[in-house]
Design a protein around this ligand. Structure first.
Ligand code: PAN
Ligand code: ZN
Length: 188
């Protein structure tokens, strides 16, 4: 394999060239937002894009790195801010780096044993996601939240647990400010 490069536009998050672009619409996240009745109501009129990701992949082998930008559009579903699905890595011992490029929000993290952590993201903030911590990005700003992430190419994404149990805390907008609320649907 030879060295290669791509150009990341730090303002809009677009990567050129990229290997894959993922578009996550509200209909792809039906059970991830807390207020499912509000989700269904919105979906009757508008299947809005919640986020997009541009990925540069290397071979899915040990020792290789992949990276991506993610652009989370501003907005709320009911009181809950737009966010990514969130996942654990299939190879659970795999760490990751998150770097804020535009906008503001939080990276929320949790372990399968019930530890929870959150870190604010803004341009220039670099967050280390240790092995074994599931992670989700939440956009609490009124502009696009754009992040850059670097991870092991063989880390993989495990969405099942998050789809089943959710995250321990929800990030709600209250009086125009983010507020963390214990997720009543979460169980260990
Ligand atoms: C990121 C995420 C990306 C999209 O590259 O995959 O931000 O979020 P979801 O995968 O939760 O939909 C990463 O954490 N990779 O490991
Ligand atoms: Zn990850």
């Amino acid at each position: 394999m030879k060295p290669f490069s791509a150009k990341v536009n730090f303002k809009d998050g677009v990567v050129k060239p990229y290997h894959s672009k993922t578009e996550r619409k509200l209909s792809h996240m039906r059970n991830l937002f807390y207020e499912t009745s509000i989700v269904e109501k919105i979906l009757k009129e508008d299947d809005r894009i919640i986020y997009e990701a541009y990925e540069i992949r290397s071979l899915g082998q040990e020792g290789q790195l992949s990276w991506c930008t993610t652009i989370i559009y501003p907005g709320c579903i009911g009181k809950e801010y737009h966010m990514t699905k969130g996942h654990f890595h299939r190879k659970e011992g795999s760490a990751e780096l998150y770097i804020g490029l535009q906008g503001r929000g939080y990276l929320i993290l949790q372990t399968k044993e019930g530890q929870f952590s959150s870190t604010e993201i803004e341009p220039g903030i670099v967050i280390y996601v240790p092995p074994y911590w599931g992670h989700r990005v939440v956009n609490t700003s009124q502009e696009k939240l754009i992040i850059f992430a670097i991870y092991a190419s063989d880390a993989g994404h495990d969405y099942e647990l998050v789809e089943k149990k959710g995250f321990m805390n929800l990030v709600f907008q209250e009086n125009d400010r983010p507020k963390f609320i214990k997720n009543p649907k979460y169980f260990l």
